[in-house]
Design a protein around this ligand. Structure first.
Ligand code: ACO
Length: 383
């Protein structure tokens, strides 16, 4: 009997130097540096540099990196035209995936192992994702796309392109911290999906579009959006208990809880919760944050013994909601951050490449006769 690991749980798919997670102690490190340190002292772009180049940048290296990024924030008018053609009720993650795939057609990468080509693809993807996310957010409502402003920081510029005004500096800093916390997370589903694509030596734009498609699902990055819908459905602290009982009786998952690796509270959720509390100083009785706190307490009583606790998606949505970002934009914002980690893994894969081609255990029949069409009685359904 061959070994079979559903969901590849516990199977190492690669060797990596990028990040590590200790799910028992709740420790997450990027290139050996604890995320608490990065969140307290770093910026998202420093973190992206660290993930890509293995070191925190010197001030001149950071300046060069930031300048390169600022110069590449604009997107071609044809990409804008493409985004304009997408259905306005379509999901922004689908729009982002389509736009990123199209981006690769404008910047062909004939040799993915060329360090120069790798650098510029990373710059373009990091710089242009926020522009594409903000463009779809506005164009779908019939508003004009706003050109990026090179004088603004990464976070300020994103808010400016979204809302036509700069955020206050506390909001920009909190947003930046949230991006740091979402930038990387070892071998998760979207990173693995990107890695499989990279292992075929497909270009980084194609790799990132694969990863974006995988991040969208509600069991992965899409959970941040689902959490807000859940908290809104619950509606009041008094309803929390009934809601959870009903969901659990129906064997449905509670969004924003549980993790394949963490058996304690996700360290990112701890920091994001603190950010949410800092942001929402006077918590109203039935605010989303108050309801979230009661959900967390009630969940601890119900499923804490199984190690099912808040993950990164539980508090992030509350922060973005409070910042005025539309709920269906939460996962694209997650992608704007995670592109740093995806790219780091993609480049690591190119350097130590071995095509992913796993096996399967076939359980179907063999040697079936070919039935003539007139004697086929069964009706088929898609499986
Ligand atoms: N609510 C209720 N029960 C849960 C939850 C949850 N959120 N998560 C796990 N469980 C239960 C399962 O029902 C199962 O119970 P059983 O042993 O009685 O059958 C047990 O815990 C194990 O669950 P699995 O789904 O098999 O565990 P897995 O490691 O595959 O799941 C996952 C991890 C997919 C994240 C899961 O916890 C989940 O679906 N959570 C909700 C969605 C979510 O928040 N996703 C975001 C994850 S973070 C990220 O991707 C960025």
């Amino acid at each position: 009997m061959r070994d079979f690991f559903p969901g590849l749980a516990g199977v190492a798919a690669t060797k990596s130097h990028i990040s590590s997670v200790d799910g028992q102690q709740g420790i997450l490190e990027y290139r050996g540096i604890r995320i608490e340190e990065l969140a307290a002292h770093g910026t998202f772009l420093e973190t992206a540099y660290l993930l890509l180049f293995n070191e925190l940048p010197t001030s001149s290296a950071l300046q060069q990196f930031e300048n390169d990024l600022r110069r590449h924030r604009r997107i071609k008018y044809r990409i804008i035209d493409l985004i304009k053609c997408l259905p306005e009720h379509g999901h922004p993650m689908d729009a982002l995936q389509a736009a990123v795939a199209a981006l690769g057609m404008f910047y062909p990468t004939p040799d993915v192992r060329d360090p120069e080509a790798r650098y510029w693809s990373a710059i373009r993807l990091l710089a242009k994702l926020p522009t594409m996310v903000a463009a779809f957010a506005r164009l779908r409502h019939g508003d004009d796309h706003i050109q990026p402003n090179d004088n603004l920081s990464y976070a300020e510029n994103f808010f400016y392109m979204l809302f036509e005004q700069q955020p206050d500096s506390a909001v920009a800093t909190m947003f930046d911290t949230s991006l740091i916390l979402h930038a990387e997370h070892t071998m998760n589903a979207s990173t693995f999906s990107g890695l499989v694509t990279a292992s075929t030596l497909a270009d980084p734009y194609t790799v990132i579009s694969s990863a974006i498609g995988t991040l969208k699902g509600p069991l992965h990055g899409g959970a941040n959006e689902a959490v807000i819908h859940m908290l809104e459905d619950i509606g009041s602290v008094e309803q929390v208990s009934v809601y959870l009982d009903q969901k659990m009786a129906a064997k449905e998952k509670i969004m924003g809880f549980g993790h394949r690796v963490y058996k304690v509270k996700d360290p990112r959720a701890l920091i994001l919760q603190e950010l949410a509390q800092r942001m929402i100083k006077d918590e109203k009785h039935d605010s989303l944050l108050t309801i979230a706190h009661v959900v967390e307490r009630e969940m601890e009583q119900r499923l804490g013994h199984k190690g099912i606790r808040p993950n990164v998606d539980f508090y992030s949505g509350i922060i973005y909601y409070q910042m005025g970002i539309a709920t269906d934009m939460f996962t694209p914002v997650f992608a704007m951050a995670r592109v740093a980690g995806w790219l780091a893994h993609c480049f690591e894969q190119y350097q130590q490449n071995h095509l992913f081609r796993p096996d399967q255990i076939y359980e179907g029949p063999h040697n079936r006769p070919y039935e003539p069409i007139e004697s086929r009685g069964h009706s088929s359904s898609v499986t």
